[in-house]
Ligand binder design. Sequence first.
Ligand SMILES: *[C@@H]1O[C@H](CO)[C@@H](O)[C@H](O)[C@H]1NC(C)=O
Ligand SMILES: *[C@@H]1O[C@H](CO)[C@@H](O)[C@H](O)[C@H]1NC(C)=O
Length: 276
Amino acid sequence: MRNCIIFCGGSGSNPASFCPVNGCLFTLATGSVLLSLVAMLHGYLFCLPFSQFVYPLELDFNRLVLELESTPTASSVSWAVPINNKNFPALHPNSNRCANFEVGEGSKYRLLMLIKSALPNFAFRQALRATWANEINTATVQIGYAFVLGGTHNSTAQAAVDREQITYGDLIQQAFVDAYFNNTYKLMFAIDWAAASCPGADFILFADDDYYVSTYNLVNLLGQLQANGYTADSLLVTGHVFSSPVPKRNLFNKWYTSLAEYPYTFWPPYPTGARF
Ligand SMILES: *[C@@H]1O[C@H](CO)[C@@H](O)[C@H](O)[C@H]1NC(C)=O
Ligand SMILES: *[C@@H]1O[C@H](CO)[C@@H](O)[C@H](O)[C@H]1NC(C)=O
């Protein structure tokens, strides 16, 4: 690798005569592969067994609530500092989007579909509006949906979103930069929004804008869950669950996670993010 850098990067001489491009690329690639193998080996050798797993914020909620109640002016306590306390401003809070859910129509249950969408994916949103996101109401279920967006520094793109909202009124948007690696913020925003603006929902589906969801099958599944005694108060998360997922330790993996970020052999079981 060093040779390659000296010859290819050297000025004055003609690099091509010293280092054929293929050779250079090959050496660079070999170097990268070695580096990534070492990182991977390190990642797998030095991780902690999952049996030692402690979620950083496993809190005594009784104690937390009591302490907060005893000092009404305090908004937090020193021993329970949130990991993510992001309060990005809302660009389109759309807090009336669920108003019809509040009316509560007899024995109907309410399903809210929150669709994480990338800012430029207008065509995807149109396709979903014309197909599965289209609100349906049957004798047993009332369905609502909203597209969840982040923000942008590009004012042309933001103006397009504002126009889309005027036409369709089905967007919710918060001011973090809309980017793949901000998906966590997007999900946190979606959950916060559902809790604050749509407390009447009995079930919430989180889905991505490049998915097809069979609302028919979904409604069937929810019917079965209800028949088995699940209610809005049940603690149920369902989806395609990865039961013992291994963190990616390869530097070049899209989902690479360092030991400093997360030191354990496995992730806790979780449903894949695209629909749950
Ligand atoms: C801003 O957004 C518009 C519309 O989406 C796009 O055509 C343009 O290339 C973007 N500008 C920059 C600097 O990214
Ligand atoms: C995520 O959003 C934050 C807040 O807007 C921004 O500073 C950061 O650059 C974004 N991340 C990516 C990967 O764009």
